[in-house]
Design a binder for this molecule. Structure first.
Ligand SMILES: [Cu+2]
Length: 145
Protein backbone atom coordinates (compact mmCIF):
# COMPACT_ATOMS: atom_id res chain seq x y z
CA UNK A 1 0.00 0.00 0.00
CA UNK A 2 2.82 2.35 0.92
CA UNK A 3 4.49 1.83 -2.42
CA UNK A 4 1.19 2.51 -4.23
CA UNK A 5 0.83 5.81 -2.41
CA UNK A 6 4.46 6.63 -3.08
CA UNK A 7 3.90 5.77 -6.72
CA UNK A 8 0.83 8.00 -6.99
CA UNK A 9 2.70 10.78 -5.24
CA UNK A 10 5.66 10.65 -7.58
CA UNK A 11 3.34 10.62 -10.62
CA UNK A 12 1.43 13.67 -9.43
CA UNK A 13 4.66 15.47 -8.53
CA UNK A 14 6.05 14.72 -11.98
CA UNK A 15 2.88 16.07 -13.59
CA UNK A 16 2.98 19.16 -11.39
CA UNK A 17 6.53 20.02 -12.39
CA UNK A 18 5.75 19.31 -16.04
CA UNK A 19 2.66 21.54 -15.93
CA UNK A 20 4.27 24.37 -13.96
CA UNK A 21 4.87 27.48 -16.09
CA UNK A 22 8.34 28.89 -16.31
CA UNK A 23 8.64 31.43 -13.51
CA UNK A 24 11.87 33.34 -13.82
CA UNK A 25 13.35 34.56 -10.53
CA UNK A 26 14.07 38.26 -10.15
CA UNK A 27 16.65 39.59 -7.70
CA UNK A 28 15.54 42.98 -6.36
CA UNK A 29 17.84 45.44 -4.56
CA UNK A 30 16.04 48.08 -2.53
CA UNK A 31 16.35 50.20 0.58
CA UNK A 32 14.78 48.63 3.69
CA UNK A 33 12.26 51.49 4.00
CA UNK A 34 10.99 51.58 0.40
CA UNK A 35 7.22 50.98 0.37
CA UNK A 36 6.62 51.32 -3.36
CA UNK A 37 9.44 48.81 -3.98
CA UNK A 38 7.49 46.22 -2.00
CA UNK A 39 4.33 47.03 -3.94
CA UNK A 40 6.22 46.52 -7.20
CA UNK A 41 7.47 43.17 -5.84
CA UNK A 42 3.83 42.20 -5.12
CA UNK A 43 3.00 43.09 -8.74
CA UNK A 44 5.78 40.80 -9.98
CA UNK A 45 4.62 37.91 -7.78
CA UNK A 46 1.02 38.39 -8.91
CA UNK A 47 2.32 37.99 -12.47
CA UNK A 48 4.09 34.71 -11.80
CA UNK A 49 7.64 35.81 -11.04
CA UNK A 50 9.68 34.41 -8.19
CA UNK A 51 11.30 37.28 -6.28
CA UNK A 52 14.36 37.37 -4.07
CA UNK A 53 14.59 40.78 -2.45
CA UNK A 54 17.69 42.24 -0.82
CA UNK A 55 17.61 45.24 1.52
CA UNK A 56 20.62 47.49 1.06
CA UNK A 57 21.59 51.07 1.79
CA UNK A 58 23.63 51.15 -1.40
CA UNK A 59 21.29 50.50 -4.33
CA UNK A 60 23.48 52.89 -6.37
CA UNK A 61 26.25 50.33 -6.32
CA UNK A 62 23.98 47.86 -8.15
CA UNK A 63 22.86 50.51 -10.68
CA UNK A 64 26.53 51.11 -11.48
CA UNK A 65 27.34 47.39 -11.63
CA UNK A 66 24.41 46.63 -13.95
CA UNK A 67 24.84 49.69 -16.17
CA UNK A 68 21.82 51.86 -15.48
CA UNK A 69 22.57 55.06 -17.47
CA UNK A 70 22.98 58.26 -15.43
CA UNK A 71 19.67 60.10 -15.14
CA UNK A 72 17.58 56.95 -15.71
CA UNK A 73 17.60 55.68 -12.13
CA UNK A 74 14.66 54.93 -9.86
CA UNK A 75 14.05 53.62 -6.34
CA UNK A 76 14.98 49.96 -6.88
CA UNK A 77 17.24 47.94 -9.15
CA UNK A 78 16.59 44.35 -10.20
CA UNK A 79 18.22 41.59 -12.16
CA UNK A 80 16.63 38.79 -14.18
CA UNK A 81 18.07 36.49 -16.82
CA UNK A 82 21.19 38.63 -17.17
CA UNK A 83 19.17 41.83 -17.67
CA UNK A 84 18.87 44.86 -15.43
CA UNK A 85 15.33 46.01 -14.56
CA UNK A 86 15.36 49.52 -13.11
CA UNK A 87 12.34 51.11 -11.47
CA UNK A 88 8.63 50.40 -11.80
CA UNK A 89 8.76 48.36 -15.02
CA UNK A 90 5.47 46.47 -15.68
CA UNK A 91 5.72 42.65 -15.58
CA UNK A 92 4.32 42.52 -19.12
CA UNK A 93 7.41 44.27 -20.53
CA UNK A 94 9.78 42.12 -18.48
CA UNK A 95 8.14 39.01 -19.96
CA UNK A 96 8.42 40.49 -23.46
CA UNK A 97 12.11 41.24 -22.85
CA UNK A 98 12.81 37.67 -21.70
CA UNK A 99 10.90 36.28 -24.68
CA UNK A 100 12.56 38.57 -27.27
CA UNK A 101 15.97 38.14 -25.65
CA UNK A 102 17.54 41.22 -27.28
CA UNK A 103 21.23 42.08 -27.06
CA UNK A 104 20.77 44.79 -24.43
CA UNK A 105 21.45 45.68 -20.81
CA UNK A 106 17.78 45.69 -19.85
CA UNK A 107 14.77 47.91 -19.16
CA UNK A 108 14.36 51.12 -17.18
CA UNK A 109 11.48 53.30 -16.03
CA UNK A 110 13.20 56.45 -14.71
CA UNK A 111 12.00 58.15 -11.52
CA UNK A 112 8.66 56.95 -10.12
CA UNK A 113 5.70 57.70 -12.42
CA UNK A 114 2.33 57.76 -10.68
CA UNK A 115 0.13 54.96 -12.04
CA UNK A 116 3.00 52.56 -12.82
CA UNK A 117 2.96 49.16 -11.03
CA UNK A 118 3.61 49.81 -7.33
CA UNK A 119 2.93 53.54 -7.73
CA UNK A 120 -0.87 53.40 -7.90
CA UNK A 121 -2.68 56.47 -6.58
CA UNK A 122 -6.41 56.18 -7.19
CA UNK A 123 -7.30 56.81 -10.80
CA UNK A 124 -4.31 59.03 -11.52
CA UNK A 125 -2.05 57.71 -14.28
CA UNK A 126 0.81 59.84 -15.50
CA UNK A 127 2.14 58.92 -18.93
CA UNK A 128 5.54 57.22 -18.86
CA UNK A 129 7.88 55.26 -21.06
CA UNK A 130 9.74 52.00 -20.59
CA UNK A 131 13.21 52.33 -22.14
CA UNK A 132 15.43 49.58 -23.47
CA UNK A 133 19.08 50.17 -22.56
CA UNK A 134 21.39 49.09 -25.35
CA UNK A 135 24.75 47.43 -24.67
CA UNK A 136 26.53 50.76 -25.28
CA UNK A 137 24.37 52.55 -22.71
CA UNK A 138 22.15 54.39 -25.20
CA UNK A 139 18.39 54.05 -24.74
CA UNK A 140 15.32 53.73 -26.94
CA UNK A 141 11.61 53.65 -26.14
CA UNK A 142 10.37 50.08 -25.59
CA UNK A 143 6.80 50.77 -24.47
CA UNK A 144 4.57 53.74 -23.81
CA UNK A 145 2.05 53.80 -20.98
CU1 LIG B 1 9.24 53.60 -6.34
Amino acid sequence: MKSVIAGLLSVSLAQASWAAPATPVIDVYKSPTCGCCNKWIDHLKANGFGVRSYDTDNVAQHKARLGVPPGYGSCHTAEVGGYVIEGHVPAREIKRLLKDNPRARGLVVPAMPVGSPGMEAGDRKDPYKVFLVNRNGSVRAYAQH
